[in-house]
Structure formats: structure tokens, C-alpha cells
Design a protein around this ligand. Structure first.
Ligand SMILES: Cc1ncc(COP(=O)(O)O)c(C=O)c1O
Length: 463
């Protein structure tokens, strides 16, 4: 059937007349190829790579469907495979089946979240789903949100709105406060906002990786003396290295006292807030002005899927609205391109919506609980005599052999990473406070206790 397409070079787009047999054939073949790749994950490992992999560039004439499918297979064969049970390195879980479908539909729709007239149903869907999330976490009626491509962009949307809200738009003395364990994207965000490294104040963490409140108070006083203007404090709900949660209640009280915008970076842990799972420290998040929730990182909504929720939608509109003179608008609906940094944007909300509807609240809860269960199983069974373990209430664990000198952590972790990948376990190697650690992220639903036991045996043997 693909032969047809080779002889039919004038078919570039879906037909608006009659059937789309050729497209259907290609979609079926693409689905088959993808499913074969999933099924072979166990055989190929989490991170296969063949040095002969070639990136072939477009040529004078277009390629045949056969050529392209052969290139797709080669691409897949040389890709990180999140479905493999040994894929435990990062916040990149297996893709949720209904999210894969959502991506396909969004690609075919090719609607644009820039404006209502380019995406009427999806605009309403995004608005409604953001409101649904906002209500779930306890925000009031004035709340809502905007989707963006990833946690970094959601955080950036929040910080720009916070600075604008504080009337500090171009003030070189404006300061952002985060903990020393906050995600590195805040460095990027402040740079993009035209600020120096000194405008990003990092607060020390306590022994559990949480922002130290005394230290926060001292830094705030120091900023006051130095005439620095704080436009936001970020509380991290799930740090990248160990899944710690900053003391949200105390930080929110300080923000109220001093009239400072509280942003919660819930890229990792925010999704727990829509469930009834008891997580230590996950409270009072509705006291924030804004919160990032990034469901791509844990429940498997396909990348990218991130929401910024705000307690007051006017803050986004006041910050980002410029008018879109080339687009018509609907009286009651604000174009989504006027509520965040991004202009044209795909209908990514579809895969979040389908994924969540497919799971329901019980399904979300089951997936999240299972990640905590795997983390607990790992911690219960790892040798406490051999390793120092760092882990907060979420599903991430960093660890390092006891007594290993800081200068030796780089080589030790690199050696382990290599040994483990040869045995089909992919872990990561974060560096923080000058030291390297091994890290497991237990967000992979395909990882069973038996896999964790096997991983622990390797760690024990190689130690
Ligand atoms: C806590 C936290 N915030 C923000 C980000 C940035 O998210 P993204 O890579 O989706 O931009 C990450 C990424 O891992 C993260 O762990």
C-alpha cells in the first residue's frame, strides 16, 4: 500500500474529499512501528545506541515512504526508552496510552492556542481544565491558568507576572528568592528577565533539603537593608535531587506579612495536590499566588505538559496582554496567546485532558501511590550500612556510599552509571553542593519489586 504513496507524490495533505486511505495506511504502519518498539524494550534496554546511526538530511527529491519508515525505525532503535522497567534516571515516565492518542489528535487538528478563532474548542478546554485544577488545589473563583511547554516556561510566566504585579518591571534591584536546592531553571529565568546572578538569592536548606526559614528571614532583612526589592519567593514542592518539599505554610505566612508573591514550583509534586494521598508538608498551597504543575514528569502525560495556575487570572492578563490586532476576538474570551509568553502553541491540553479523563482521580492516585511505594521499597531494602540516603516525601532518592570523599564521588558515580547501564538500569548522577550522587526516580509504572531487588543486588555487588 505504501507503494501507492510513492507513485502519488502529489498527496501531501489530508484530503477534504472522500477517504484518506493512504493516510490511514501510514498511520496504521506508524502505530505498528511504535508498538513494536515498545514491545522490544526489554530486549534493547533503556538506552540503546548504535554508533552507525545516521542523521540523513532532506535531498533534492522527496524520499519514499519505505525509506522514511526505515529511518523512523533507526531513530527509535537509538532512542531512550521510557517504557523499559530499568528507566529510572529522570522525570520521564512511560507515556500514558491516551496521551499518545491525544498527541496524534492534536497534531492532526493543528489548531493554535494563540487565539480563540484558531482553536475554539481547545481554548475552552484549556481554560476549563486549568480552572478545574485551580479549584482542586483550593484556589478561589478568580483563579485559572495557562499551559506552557514545560516547567521552565510555566515558572517563567509566573515570575514575569510576579515582577509586573510588584511594579518592578525594569527595576535592576528586583530580587527573586529560591532555596539552594531549587531547580536550575530559575537561573535561566532570572537571566532571561535581564537580572544578574546577584538578583537570585539562594536560601540555605536544612538537613532534609527544605528551605531554612531562619535563613530566609535573615536574607529578607538583608535585602531590605540593601534596598533590594523582592518580587517573589519560590517554594519548591518536590526538589529535583531528592523530592523535598519546602515549608510552604511558613513561607506563605512570611509572604503575607511582607506582601510578597509566593510561587510554588510544583513541577514534580504539584500533581499530588489533586489527590487525597497524604504527603508530609503538602499543605496550604492555596495560599500561593501561583503554582506550576507539570504532569509530564510523573503520571506520564506525554511531553510537554505543564500548567501555571494563578490565584487571580487578572495578573496574567495585565502582564501579557498586548492586543492581537490581526486576530478577531470573542467578547467573553481572552485569547490564550495574551496570557503567557508563548504565542503560537499546539493543542497539548488534549493529551492532558484525555490522559486525566482516562485515569480518573482514582487512576491518578493509583499511579502516584505506586511511585511512593516503589520509592519506599527501594529505601527499605538498600543497605543503610553502606549508603547515605537523601530523600524527601516524594518518589526520588539520591544516595552515595558512606564515607566516600567528595573528590571521589565523580569517578565513583560515573563508574556505577556505566556498570548499571550495561545491566539495563539507567540511573542519573546529579551534582549538588559540589558532590555527585546516584539518583533513582521511581516514577516508572513498569518497574516491579523484582526489578528493584535486581538493581539493589547490583548496587550491593559493585559497591
Ligand atoms: C523542580 C523542577 N522545576 C522545574 C523543572 C523544569 O522543567 P522542564 O524541564 O519541563 O522545563 C524541573 C525539571 O526537572 C524540576 O525538576
Amino acid at each position: 500500500m505504501t507503494e501507492d504513496l510513492i507513485n502519488n507524490k502529489d498527496i501531501y495533505y489530508p484530503s477534504y474529499l472522500g477517504t484518506n486511505d493512504n493516510l490511514l495506511t501510514l498511520l496504521n504502519k506508524a502505530s505498528q512501528t511504535l508498538c513494536d518498539w515498545f514491545s522490544k524494550a526489554d530486549k534493547n534496554g533503556p538506552l540503546p545506541f548504535d554508533d552507525n546511526f545516521k542523521c540523513i538530511m532532506p535531498e533534492e527529491d522527496g524520499n519514499s515512504a519505505e525509506d522514511l519508515f526505515s529511518d523512523i525505525e533507526s531513530l527509535l532503535k537509538n532512542s531512550f526508552n521510557p517504557v523499559h522497567p530499568g528507566s529510572l534516571a529522570h522525570l520521564d515516565p512511560p507515556p500514558l496510552i491516551f496521551s499518545i492518542l491525544g498527541d496524534l489528535i492534536a497534531a492532526g487538528l493543528n489548531n493554535n492556542l494563540l487565539a480563540y478563532e484558531l482553536s475554539p474548542s481547545v481554548t475552552l478546554l484549556e481554560e476549563s481544565l486549568c480552572k478545574w485544577f485551580a479549584k482542586k488545589i483550593g484556589f478561589k473563583d478568580s483563579s485559572g491558568g495557562i499551559a506552557a511547554s514545560g516547567g521552565t516556561l510555566s515558572n517563567l510566566n509566573a515570575l514575569i507576572a510576579a515582577r509586573n504585579n510588584a511594579g518592578l518591571g525594569s527595576n535592576p534591584n528586583s530580587v527573586l528568592i529560591v532555596s539552594e536546592d531549587a531547580h536550575s531553571s530559575f537561573i535561566k529565568c532570572t537571566r532571561i528577565m535581564g537580572l544578574d546572578a546577584t538578583n537570585l538569592v539562594k536560601i540555605k536548606t536544612d538537613d532534609h533539603g527544605r528551605m531554612d526559614i531562619n535563613n530566609l528571614r535573615k536574607s529578607l532583612d538583608k535585602c531590605l537593608i540593601e534596598n533590594k526589592k523582592i518580587f517573589a519567593i519560590v517554594a519548591t514542592l518536590g526538589t529535583t535531587v531528592r523530592g523535598a518539599i519546602d515549608p510552604i505554610k511558613e513561607i506563605s505566612e512570611i509572604c503575607k506579612e511582607r506582601n510578597i508573591w509566593l510561587h510554588i514550583d510544583g513541577s514534580i509534586g504539584g500533581i499530588f495536590a489533586v489527590t487525597n494521598i497524604p504527603i508530609e508538608g503538602l499543605n496550604n498551597i492555596n495560599q500561593a499566588n501561583s503554582i506550576t504543575i507539570n504532569p509530564q514528569k510523573i503520571i506520564g502525560i506525554t511531553k510537554t505538559s505543564s500548567l501555571l495556575l494563578v490565584s487571580n487570572m487578572n495578573t496574567l492578563e495585565n502582564t501579557f496582554s498586548t492586543g492581537l490586532p490581526y486576530l478577531s476576538s470573542n467578547e467573553n474570551i481572552i485569547n490564550r496567546g495574551e496570557m503567557g509568553i508563548q504565542g503560537s502553541r499546539p493543542a497539548e491540553i488534549i493529551k492532558l485532558w484525555l490522559g486525566l479523563r482516562f485515569l480518573g482521580l482514582n487512576g491518578i492516585e493509583e499511579i502516584l501511590k505506586s511511585s511512593i511505594k516503589r520509592k519506599n521499597f527501594f529505601i527499605e531494602n538498600i543497605s543503610k550500612n553502606k549508603f547515605d540516603i537523601y530523600s524527601g516525601p516524594l518518589h526520588i532518592v539520591s544516595f552515595i556510599p558512606k564515607g566516600l570523599k567528595t573528590k571521589d564521588t565523580g569517578i565513583w558515580t560515573q563508574t556505577k552509571i556505566n556498570e548499571l547501564i550495561n545491566n539495563n538500569f539507567m540511573l542519573s548522577r546529579p551534582k549538588f553542593n559540589g558532590k555527585y550522587y546516584l539518583r533513582v526516580v521511581m516514577g516508572n509504572y513498569n518497574t516491579k519489586d523484582s526489578h528493584i531487588e535486581e538493581l539493589l543486588r547490583f548496587l550491593d555487588t559493585y559497591q
